[in-house]
Write a protein that binds this ligand. Sequence first.
Ligand SMILES: Cc1cc2nc3c(=O)[nH]c(=O)nc-3n(C[C@H](O)[C@H](O)[C@H](O)COP(=O)(O)OP(=O)(O)OC[C@H]3O[C@@H](n4cnc5c(N)ncnc54)[C@H](O)[C@@H]3O)c2cc1C
Ligand code: SF4
Ligand code: SF4
Ligand code: SF4
Length: 413
Amino acid sequence: MNGYLVSEKEADCVGCGACVQICSHHAICMTENRYGFIYPQIDQKKCVQCGLCHNVCPMEHEIIKNPMNRLSFGGYIKDEKIRRNSTSGGAFTAICKAFCDTDYVIYGAASEGINVMHKEISDIDHIDIFYSSKYAQSFIGNSYAKAKVDIQNGKKVLFSGTPCQIAGLYRYLKNVDQGKLLTVEVICGGIPSALFVKKYNEWCISKYGTAIKTFNYRYTGKNRWDDQLIYVELENGKTFITTRWFSRFYSIFLQRLMSRPSCNACRFTSNERVADITIADLWGVDREYPELYDNGEGCSWIICNSEKGIQVFENAKKYMTGHEVDFEAMRRYQSIGLIRKIVHSRYKEFMEDLLVMDYPQLCKKWYKKPTLRLLYQKRIWNNRRRVLLWKIKSKYNYIRHVLNNEGRKKVEN
Ligand SMILES: Cc1cc2nc3c(=O)[nH]c(=O)nc-3n(C[C@H](O)[C@H](O)[C@H](O)COP(=O)(O)OP(=O)(O)OC[C@H]3O[C@@H](n4cnc5c(N)ncnc54)[C@H](O)[C@@H]3O)c2cc1C
Ligand code: SF4
Ligand code: SF4
Ligand code: SF4
């Protein structure tokens, strides 16, 4: 299979950085293209043609996936604070707690201003650096190499990331005993262009005289997980919290106009998963399992794909409230993550605009104001209506059940 290192076809590279880390001649570095997507670049003067970079590239080989999901669970972590700070229902922390007893290292994506980096912690008390989904490509750095050393030193390693990052890790660890490794992947809708975020940051600087300090794409501090709030804090302390419907930034971002080319042709969008455990939002919970909606404070979907994944998650259940959920029923709400990526019909046009327009110009052309109908459905009634109806129905059924029992007792007496 020919990959990016030969063809330079952008869709053939997920930017996992496995090639950079395997090259002992330091002949490869990652560089940003004009959209801010990172790609490897080979310094031919240093290259000795050993072929290791081709051998490690997940996109040049068949991807080994787990044949079928084996356990599908919906729920949320019992610890309210963790649930509030996590993206969905805090499943990631529950899994870490179950896996990490002694001598462990956890790898995941952490924010650094508007950038995202893969980092590691060896004390679960510092897990908050991984909380929250960052909808930006995480720079993997030399995390695969570090994880390899950790495993070789006898440590337990929990590695989390996007499915393509997990595929890169497995290629990198091909000849290493993986008994002490647990992988956790997110269901992944794709990585947007970093240039768009940079333009937004430039606009903040010109308007407020200061840059972005913290960017939270999935702010859940207001008990509104399914509203998808965005939280931005500037260096001067000014903060904005906006819903997806009113944030111009988020509205454009969510139209999926600017995904990385490899995301548009993602090889990981399927039921068969790469990692031991897959985590996601339990979208559709209000319809399918209203008892798990619980005031919209966040709900996770956990899919265990391997025996190891099942074993660890069985242990994680004690930290969670929830139950098994039907995989096929919930899959319907995850079309871009599990079924098919749809490339926006005006993708090319947007990408061209992105190069030449500034943030206000992009907003003027591409921001779509929400219609009143949408606002009514999503913001005013939201999913709570269905849950409210379910609650009324459950109460009614309960009262009927009690009255029937009372009636029966009287007759028996
Ligand atoms: C780019 C991206 C796209 C996603 N798309 C979908 C989707 O289409 N449908 C869906 O249901 N869920 C999607 N998710 C997953 C979802 O948003 C939550 O991350 C997931 O449910 C875990 O939530 P939690 O409450 O268990 O954990 P949290 O404590 O919030 O944990 C976050 C986890 O995500 C990892 N992570 C965060 N940002 C990144 C990143 N940039 N790159 C790699 N790993 C990262 C962290 O390492 C950690 O493991 C996506 C996540 C990301 C990062
Ligand atoms: S062929 Fe070998 S030396 Fe050349 S870039 Fe790839 S890994 Fe490095
Ligand atoms: S190893 Fe990863 S970064 Fe390198 S070419 Fe392959 S997909 Fe791209
Ligand atoms: S959409 Fe696919 S290729 Fe893109 S980051 Fe997610 S898993 Fe990787």
